[in-house]
Design a protein around this ligand. Sequence first.
Ligand SMILES: [Cu+2]
Length: 458
Amino acid sequence: MAKILTLVLAASQATALAVPTELNKRQSSGISSMLGSLLGSGSSSASSGGVVDLITASVTGGLGHFMGEEKATDSLTAFAKLLGATRTAPGGLGPWTATTMNAGYGTIPAPAGSVERQVTMKSRTDVPGAKTIKVRYGPYSIPSSKKKNMLGEMGMLSNFPHTNMAKPCEGDCTIMGMNAGLEYLNGTNANIDSGLWLHHMVLFNNGPGREDPPCANRDVSVPHVTVGATSHSSERIFASGNERTVGVWPDWGVKDAGYKLKKEDKFAALVELMNENPEDKQVWMTMTYDIVDGHPFKDDIKIIWFDVRQCGTSEVNPPKGKNQFTLNYKWNATYDAEVIGSIEHLHDGGNRMTLELDGKPVCDSMTEYGTKPEYIGMAAAPGAAAGGHNHGGAGMKHISEQKVCHGPTLAQKSVKKGQLWNLNAYYDFDKNKGNAHADGEWDEVMGIAIMFVRVKGT
Ligand SMILES: [Cu+2]
């Protein structure tokens, strides 16, 4: 069944690219009814409806925008289940994403003479025994801005699942800080001013006892199964967009707790990279970790993931015809902890994100645009249009900073089981232009906050 579905989706995609929309629509209803009869007779008729939506969107060339619809999470979950995902097994969504959706792109061997994969740098903290280690992942090959993927995006390596990634230590160690970056193969910085975006990355830790609370009430969580894990065996521990926010917890006043990494843990990531250049590009994605050896601290640091599209694509279509809108997510705390800080993520067009607890403000994170030269869009190469999938082109200012809440800017420091936490992501396209999809519509936006909390050791 899974094989049939993959073939249908791939075939429908090939037709979608080749034939006009009207014809697509007729074919789509044909494929939908065929799939309906194929899947509807089974016990999973409710979930198969979701998959039919997915196929229909694919055939009509609207898969990119479909990913930003609310029902996409259920559709993708149903698709993951058809590809074999269960409560305990990830199934085939990851391999499908790697080899079908991103066919021909993704990880490549490092060319001879490339920079080292792992470097120990001068410690960023004054914690005794701490080290700062940069790990380079990939390299990844990204399609040129002339190539369109299944989602209708130009120049995009789309949520590429990278499994079995190097960790900052082989045995036991404690992470005290993290940030992500993008580099050329020679180790120099790659950013928007040369047409390269760390569109986003999400880091997962998969190992005994790991669990991702906001997605643990679901049998199948899309991001987790995509990286070959489940939400009951893995947890998201970091994420970054191109703003590349740095989270070094000793700088937030926490020098005696950290994320305890164990020998058995395995790292994986979803890596989404964009290229606005007319030729394919190869880059490293970097993670810089602050660590101490072993587990010297009693208290643990954990990550709570807030997301306006939790356990799905994280993507939301801006409401049609509205330049101002707010996205919301609510979380009922499932355990007690102490908040040490939070990192927020919006897309271009966003200007502010707030966290509230039982109606009282906790964090007010403002967005800044183009405060560094590498965040200003590059000029078009002779004869080529700048702006891969229309991310603004020359001179446009993009999000360069998202203010971190910690210490005095964090009004509430304790999480208690049962509390209602509320995230609001504010967008205003009149103040700051959003990014456009290849078809001219607004590109999908996001609202994510990763809150770092301290959990008392026993
Ligand atoms: Cu994003």
